[in-house]
Write a protein that binds this ligand. Structure first.
Ligand code: ADP
Ligand code: MG
Length: 735
């Protein structure tokens, strides 16, 4: 695979000037801090350190006419600099007086004393920030600035009015900077690098650029960093954004092609075999979506190219059933399947429900076997033996399945439940356990908008199960806004008591285990003030003491309990021996108790959209209608409250996923992929750039169809290698 030869040595093989180490074009005193602060190592790294924004010199404001509360850009000279410690708070304050000859303004910086070295009296520059009033004097707090070197002073307005006008129309790039590395210094390093840059190739072929109306890469780099006008950098960014999508899709689609190029065993079901027998005993008919996705999978595994497919579908849409049918097809050819679940509880539950669904005869023949970290030594030995001998046609487990001691006789299919909890390398570890590469099926209950799927799972084929099996009674969702209706608190428990009186069960989900400790994986919005969280401990006590719930059996379930304890509680709940489960999000995934009708989520604004949606999916699974009460203290206009409202407003997971994408900050959507490392996306935004991603994917596919190794596209090949190399470095840095 390409990624293995994209190790550090590959840099030196590349002919692209973008792969040249930064030290070959910049002095160490510039190159070293860039590497330290941003991981910038090559010319390409530096040139893709794009401006965060552009200051608009055209809107220069005179100092004697400053509008309060507005963003201004001013050309001025530093007059006086005073640093001092603050009296009331701990910290240092730097006050800088600047003047444009007509007025005087104070800049303040907290705990940034180092700026004193730059902002020396007599230095001129452009200062941009928001005007505030402090003790009736106007000031700029923490403004961005760029100081002029001697050449640009000559160009500035004061020296020559015409040059000044030209100069004032030029956008000033403002770079992500650090205390020791200013935007201005970065701009200089980039300018030096651009001046010496020759022979930059284009990953996006000319024909595609023409079709999309894009600039050549070298031109785009020039204009994004040294624009003469606003339209320069806009065009440059559009071109670079497309190129980014293009290279990403090239990497993903090539990865997909490489997987498909390896040969595996075709799994074709026989008449009268396991699958046919199973379909014969199934007490219901498959939904149209299950049929369709089932056919897609059957087609995939009947081929010698390994399947690599993602199935998305709401909780309860019957994904596991579809996967089980694929396992039966594999079992018929003598092959084995491994089902990987994210937790012990879920693995155990999968095993039980598979055995139940298969019925006694098929179960006896297929020997569904559990492998988790919790098995006793004797159980484990037995389970491992069944796996390696091929007796167990279906093996269910947790991460323990990935361990070195686990081997299979003929692993034909790997099913991964709840993809988002498993990394690519884990997928890879299981893949390696087959004699030939197994078919891979990934199940996820998190509906993923198409553009995100293309970006994050772009190497997988995607199937969607939209339709829920008939006979579900539906779920009603309500927001309980305590900020506006404090009296509704008691009505929540009265309503729950009514449900329990009908013989049904309920969940109460809290964001924390104890009074102070947030549960792992909890999603906190920045905009929330830290208020005491509803905890399992205090809620359990409160409910046990609540008059409406007198005599009800109420128990706790959370991540700090041992697997045995959790399993025991879950089983007691499933068997109806517990009425109300007070839990953290450990119950989020997969738990299946058809008699549960009520889901109360406390501090609902603390959870993400998809988490709330998944939690709601725990109820209304059987013939009893579900009731979901989302209790929140959040103010009506807060982001957290908007998430809660969005979930209450629809049951359509795909609609919610889109809403989620729009409400979330981008970084959260892609997790590590986009969270600021070198290999992360720079200009591409999955929430907004769906069309670009789709166009790029189509264009890449067109090329891949005729030139699968990108043999005739050396620049694209290099760009893909560069990307893989970045992710590899990223990975090594983390390890
Ligand atoms: P998922 O894995 O998508 O959450 P499951 O496959 O576990 O869904 O199915 C949820 C429940 O619905 C199971 O009890 C399953 O037996 C049942 N089920 C699956 N498909 C159908 C169907 N077509 N009609 C009725 N019930 C179904
Ligand atoms: Mg499932």
């Amino acid at each position: 695979m390409t990624s293995t030869d994209a190790s550090p040595g590959a840099d030196s093989l590349s002919t692209s000037p973008l792969d040249a180490p930064l030290a070959t074009v910049l002095a160490p005193r510039t190159a070293t801090p860039l590497a330290k602060a941003f991981g910038i190592r090559t010319v390409g790294d530096l040139l893709s350190h794009y401006p965060r924004r552009y200051a608009r010199r055209g809107e220069l404001t005179a100092l004697d006419r400053l509008p309060l509360d507005e963003n201004v850009t001013i050309v001025a000279e530093v007059r006086e600099v005073r640093g001092r410690s603050m009296k009331n708070r701990r910290g240092h304050i730097l006050e800088v007086s600047i003047s444009d000859g007509a007025g005087i303004l104070t800049l303040t910086y907290f705990n940034q004393g180092w700026r004193e070295k730059e902002l020396r009296p007599g230095v001129r520059g452009v200062f941009a920030g928001k005007v505030t009033a402090y003790r009736s004097a106007l000031q700029l707090a923490h403004p961005d600035y760029e100081l002029f070197d001697d050449d640009s002073v000559a160009l500035s307005g004061a020296a020559d009015p015409d040059a000044g006008k030209r100069w004032s129309e030029m956008p000033i790039p403002i770079y992500p900077a650090t205390g020791s590395l200013s935007s201005w210094n970065i701009a200089k390093a980039i300018a030096t690098t651009l001046d010496g840059l020759r022979g930059v190739g284009d990953a996006v072929p000319a024909a595609v650029r023409e079709e999309q109306g894009l600039l050549a890469h070298a031109r785009a780099l020039e204009l994004v960093h040294r624009p003469q006008t606003d339209s320069d950098w806009r065009r440059a960014r559009d071109s670079l954004r497309f190129a980014e999508a293009f290279v990403l899709q090239a990497a993903l689609l090539q990865e997909r092609a490489i997987h498909r190029a390896s040969a595996t065993t075709a799994r074709v079901p026989r008449p009268g075999g396991y699958l046919e027998r199973f379909d014969g005993i199934l007490p219901f008919i498959l939904t149209a979506d299950q049929e369709e996705v089932g056919d897609e999978i059957a087609g995939d595994i009947a081929a010698t190219a390994p399947m690599n497919r993602l199935v998305q579908g709401e909780v309860g849409s019957g994904k596991t059933l579809v996967a089980l049918r694929a396992m039966l097809a594999v079992a018929e050819t003598g092959g084995q399947s491994a089902l990987l679940a994210p937790t012990e509880v879920l693995a155990a539950q999968h095993l039980r429900s598979i055995a139940r669904t298969l019925g006694p005869d098929l179960s006896a023949e297929l020997m569904p076997t559990l492998i988790t970290g919790q098995l006793s030594a004797a159980e484990r030995r037995k389970a491992l033996l069944r796996a390696v001998s091929g007796q167990a046609r279906i093996v269910v487990g947790t991460h323990a399945l990935l361990g070195e001691t686990v081997s299979f006789y003929d692993l034909g299919l790997v099913v991964i439940d709840e993809q988002h909890r498993f990394g690519v390398d884990q997928r890879e570890a299981l893949r390696l356990k087959g004699a030939t590469p197994p078919h891979v099926l990934v199940l996820t209950a998190t509906p993923i908008p198409r553009t995100v799927a293309m970006t994050v799972f772009g190497d997988l084929d995607v199937s969607v199960i939209r339709e829920l099996p008939a006979g579900r009674s539906g779920i009603e969702s309500f927001v309980v806004p305590l900020a506006e209706k404090p009296g509704w608190w008691n009505r929540v428990w009265t309503r729950m008591a009514e449900e329990l009186a009908l013989g049904r069960q309920g969940f109460v989900v809290c964001p924390a285990i104890d009074a102070k400790q947030p549960e792992e994986g909890e999603e906190l919005g920045d905009d929330e003030t830290p208020a005491p969280l509803a905890s399992v401990g205090t809620t359990l006590e409160a409910l046990r003491a609540h008059p409406d719930l007198a005599g009800r059996r109420i128990e706790a379930l959370h991540g700090r309990m041992s697997s045995e304890e959790k399993d025991a509680v879950m089983q007691a709940f499933a068997a109806g021996r517990i009425d109300v489960l007070v839990a953290t999000t450990v119950i989020e995934v997969g738990v299946d108790v058809p008699n549960a009708s009520t889901m109360v989520v406390l501090d609902a604004e603390r959870f993400g959209v998809s988490q709330l949606h998944q939690l709601r999916g725990r109820v209304g699974r059987g013939s009893v209608p579900g009731l979901c009460l989302l209790v929140t203290n959040a103010a009506e206009e807060s982001l957290g409250r908007q998430r809660v409202d969005a979930v209450a407003a629809t049951l359509d997971g795909f609609e919610l996923a889109q809403a989620d994408l729009e409400l979330r900050r981008e970084g959260d959507v892609l997790g590590g992929l986009q969270s600021g490392g070198r290999s992360s996306l720079r200009l591409l935004r999955v929430a907004k750039d769906g069309d670009i991603i789709a166009d790029a994917r189509r264009a890449v596919q067109g090329i891949l169809d005729v030139d699968p190794a990108f043999a005739d596209h050396p620049d694209l090949r290099e760009a893909v290698a560069r990307r893989l190399d970045e992710s590899e470095r990223e990975y090594l840095n983390k390890a």
